[in-house]
Structure formats: C-alpha cells, structure tokens
Design a protein around this ligand. Structure first.
Ligand code: C5P
Length: 298
C-alpha cells in the first residue's frame, strides 16, 4: 500500500503506528530529557489524514473517530502545519481531516506519526518546497518520535529519539498488539524512571553486537525496555496483563515505548496457533484490543 494518494480534492496520507523492538535509556540529560538507544519499526496499522484547501483563513483540523484526538491547536497535526507554513512564509487556508484509528497514549506513536504525515503531505500538497533537512528540524521541535516517522520503516534511534539511523536489514515480522484501554503518560513514566547504568551497559553491549551482525531479530527477542519497570509501577494492570498473556502464549510479551501497548512477536512456524491462543486469552481475561499487524514496507 502506498503512503500517499491524490484524491479529487486533496492529498490523502497514511500515518503508521510503530513499536519499539528495544528501548534503552543511556542516562538522564541536563535538559531533563533522557538519552535513548531504541530500535523502532513501523507496522501496518494506520491513522489517515486528508489535506485539502480550506474555505476559511487559517488551519482547520477536523478529528474523526473511532478514537479521540485533541481538536485544533492542541493537536500536533495543527502545530506541524503551523510550523511548516511559517517556515514557508505562506498562509493559505488549509483543512486537515484526521481519522484516528489508533488510540493515543498507547506507545504506538500515533500522535507523532500524524504530525510527520502532516508535514510531508502539506509540503507536497501546497508545493511549499521545504527541504528534508528543514522538515526534520521542525519534526524535532514537535516531539522526540516525529523524526522517525519521516524515515523508517526500521531504524536505530538515539539522542532524545530524534537522531535516526535507518537499519538496512530485511526484517519482516508479524506481531500481536495487545492494546489496553489505558492511556499512559510518557512524561510520568520518565519522571518515575530510576537509572541503572550497569543494566544499560549490559543490554547495550548485547544489542549492539547483534546489530553489528544485522541480527535485528535476536535484538528484538530480548524484549529490552528499560521503561518497563517504571511503567508497571505506575500502571500495575499492565504488569498483570503481561504476566497472564505470557503464561498463556508461552512467548515473551514486550512493552512498546512508555506503554500501554504490549506485543508479542510471532515466529513464522507457529503464527496461527499463537495468534489464536493470544486472541482467546485477551478476549477471555483482559479488556484489551488485540490486533495482528505486520512490519510496514515504508
Ligand atoms: O518529546 P516528547 O514530547 O514526545 O516527550 C514527552 C515527554 O517525555 C518529555 O516531556 C519528557 O519528559 C519525556 N522524555 C524524556 N526523554 C526522551 C523523550 C521524552 O525524558 N528521550
């Protein structure tokens, strides 16, 4: 599936979700952010945006369900459009319609992905001619995860998360996303995080050794997420869901980002079995949305 499609009235764009195949915290920075080393992968679960000319001055943002997203200026999509138009020194009337198919606050990066999609789509649609470098600078202002969605589909990200090093490795995968009806606060999860340099050192050495050999699958199987402990302290229901699903499917269940989504990578051999068991378990024991996804091609 292509990311962009020209419609009769505008430019339609898909904004994919991501999962973190690993997430290491290298330490806390002087600016309050945390230095990260994370492998991120896009999956084929999408929000949808349509960028059109508006009928009134300014930027109009319409958010449609099924999930909630903040309206107007509070939405990163609105801010993305504003910053891009400021950079271009233009002020045409713009209307953006967002179909929110991915719940926010679930560690799937949908707000950041929406913002990245808006930057790319508005630049094309309104022919603004803003360079890739400038779009990346705007993305970094909008949030730590936005830059990744300008690249991908698989990357090693560092700094706050905004320094992107695409991994040119073929790593097709399927995963079951277990999305609880809980929206976590990234800020609170980082505030509650206690750094352990020894654990970071060990995990980093192992993951970097795997990456040096292009073994992303081995790195992913470690399920290393240094935010997990903090997240589970704040949201103990998530630890409970993870335990129950792990016992039932007998596979590692990993946390994406700062939560709340948990996921289980599927081996080619046992995918139907695992998928069915996981789906049944999730249905029976939890209140979660369960979604089978594949790695995204772009
Ligand atoms: O960059 P973003 O707005 O997505 O980050 C949300 C919050 O998460 C930040 O305000 C910060 O408290 C925390 N954060 C962090 N270190 C990072 C990324 C985010 O401490 N690398």
């Amino acid at each position: 599936m292509e990311q962009f499609r020209q419609t009769e009235t505008g430019l339609y764009v898909l904004a994919p979700a991501k999962i973190n195949l690993s997430l290491l915290v290298a330490g806390k920075r002087l600016d309050g952010y945390h230095e990260l080393e994370t492998i991120m992968a896009k999956v084929d679960y999408y929000d949808e945006l349509l960028v059109e000319w508006g009928t009134k001055p300014g930027i109009e943002l319409i958010c449609n369900g099924p999930y909630w997203a903040p309206d107007g200026q509070d939405n990163l999509v609105w801010k993305a459009c504003r910053l891009l138009l400021e950079k271009a020194d233009k002020n045409p009337p713009i209307k953006v319609t967002l179909n929110k198919n991915i719940p926010a606050g679930t560690g799937l990066g949908s707000g950041s992905s929406d913002a990245a999609a808006a930057l790319m789509a508005l630049n094309r649609f309104a022919n603004l001619g803003i360079s890739n470098t400038d779009i990346h600078s705007i993305a970094a202002i909008l949030g730590s995860d936005v830059n990744f969605f300008l690249e991908g589909p698989l990357a090693f990200c560092s700094g706050r998360g905004e320094k992107i090093n695409p991994l040119n490795v073929v790593f097709p995968f399927q995963a079951i996303l277990i999305i609880p009806d809980i929206s976590t606060s990234t800020k609170k999860v980082y505030e509650n995080y206690t750094h352990n340099p020894d654990i970071y050192g060990q995990l980093s050495a192992k993951i970097n050794a795997f990456l040096d050999q292009n073994k992303v699958d081995f790195a992913a199987k470690m399920c290393a997420n240094m935010l997990e402990q903090s997240c589970f302290q704040l949201y103990p229901e998530l630890a409970d869901i993870k335990k129950r699903v792990e016992e039932s499917v007998r596979r590692s269940v990993c946390l994406s980002g700062s939560g709340s989504t948990l996921y289980c990578l599927i081996d080619g051999n046992d995918k139907i079995q695992i998928r069915d068991r996981c789906r049944d378990t999730v249905k029976r024991d939890t209140n979660c949305l369960c979604k089978l996804v594949s790695s995204n091609g772009w």
